[in-house]
Write a protein of this length. Structure first.
Length: 228
């Protein structure tokens, strides 16, 4: 199959799944930002995205996209290593600033995935999973009353300065991953002319920075001594 057997096909899948994950990050970051202004509004969103069919379908699609993205990232890195130093994403001589990120995308990806697992344990397992378990009649130690109280869990974790600092470190790795990943995805999807290359680099930097600012606002908010 062309999408699997060819290098261009594999990069195309990486790009499409990457774009899908970026859209999720934009939504999730915007949702998180709401908690700084209204815990009730944030909880209303959390309740809307509980164990409802549309939320479960979205979660399943996200999980599939995430797994596919990881598998192809590992496979492309393996192929690139066999190619004696070729990087997983095409980098022109004019993009010297992205070379380090390009060569360390897998390492950055591992950091991102590791923290995503922690994030799932701390939030998803105590919210959507608890609701779903109760609906399925499964035994669970989770508190159903807190399953839709996302603001409680945000406060519970981020008022710990150690967790907030680790979260910021993770966001730095995510920013590096996104800046190159978005740039590469747009290049793979067709915007690779000499005119557009500098432009998509600026777009990827701006978009990545906006996403990270949405997420980083929460740990910074708590580290500054504020509370929700």
């Amino acid at each position: 199959m062309w999408l699997i057997d060819s290098s261009i096909g594999r990069k195309l899948i990486m790009s499409i799944t990457g774009v899908f994950l970026v859209l999720f990050l934009i939504f999730h970051g915007t949702m998180n930002f709401v908690v700084l202004f209204s815990a009730d509004a944030y909880n209303a969103i959390a309740a809307f995205l509980g164990a409802n069919w549309y939320a479960l379908v979205g979660t399943k699609m996200l999980a599939i996209g995430f797994v596919v993205h990881i598998i192809y990232a590992i496979y492309l890195s393996y192929q690139n290593k066999k190619a004696r130093g070729a990087v997983g994403y095409n980098v022109t001589s004019s993009q010297k600033s992205v070379e380090w990120t390009s060569q360390n995308m897998l390492v950055l990806g591992v950091i991102v995935v590791g923290f995503m697992v922690l994030h799932l344990i701390q939030f998803w397992s105590k919210m959507q999973w608890v609701e779903l378990s109760h609906k399925m009649g499964l035994e669970t130690s989770g508190d159903l009353a807190l399953a839709t109280d996302g603001a409680y869990w945000v406060k519970h974790y981020f008022e710990n300065p150690i967790y907030s600092i680790l979260y910021i470190v993770w966001l730095v790795a995510l920013w590096l991953h996104l800046t190159h990943g978005i740039w590469s995805a747009m290049q793979t999807l067709g915007t690779s002319s000499n005119i557009w290359l500098p432009r998509i680099k600026v777009i990827s930097n701006v978009l990545s920075t906006v996403i990270i600012l949405l997420f980083i606002s929460i740990p910074v908010y708590f580290l500054l001594g504020f509370n929700i």
